[in-house]
Design a protein around this ligand. Sequence first.
Ligand SMILES: [Zn+2]
Length: 220
Amino acid sequence: MLLADERKQIIDVCHRMVADDLVVGTAGNVSVRAGELLAITPSGVPYADLRPELISVVRFDDGARVDSPLAPASELELHQVALRATQSGAVVHTHSGAATAVACLEGIDEVPAVHYYAAMFGGAPRVAPYHRYGSSALASAVESALVGRNSALMGNHGAVVTGSDLTQAYDRALYLEWLCDLVLRVSSAGVPRVLPEEEIAGVVEQMKGYGQSAPPADAR
Ligand SMILES: [Zn+2]
């Protein structure tokens, strides 16, 4: 099967999104780029019903269906644009509760950097202005919001998160939801103390050298 591994990864992440409460119903969508091809969730299929052969494979450049028994996700263009803008390998789009709540706040055009974890996204994630779902205007607004960032909120809609692979994109989606939940808690308890932009920029640099892999089990 074409892109069998990528299709399986997508289904695994979809099941995690449901288990971790990042989506309800058929909301959200997930994609993985493989060279000239893109594997993406189909439109409107409950996550519990997904099978590898139902995942859409399209051409990355123009979205033409290559092996796609069902219509690909309505946000296909958003995924193409986000992957291009960030030079990433995978995209996770959710309607997770806290991120979506922050994206619905009047006058908030970026997630307040109340915690240094804002640096995980290349800096405080911006909120792209609202445009109707599936529209080119939405994809274009998100493209602007992603300049220098790996993630963005979509006004009155949800979150879009990228990563070099699906594991990284999904981890970032969890961290973004955590940060937005923190913002809501802080805002309801008092006045948020937002970290200066220069501090977040410094943490972005520091994080570039952070993180290590476990050595192989048989390493001596
Ligand atoms: Zn959506």
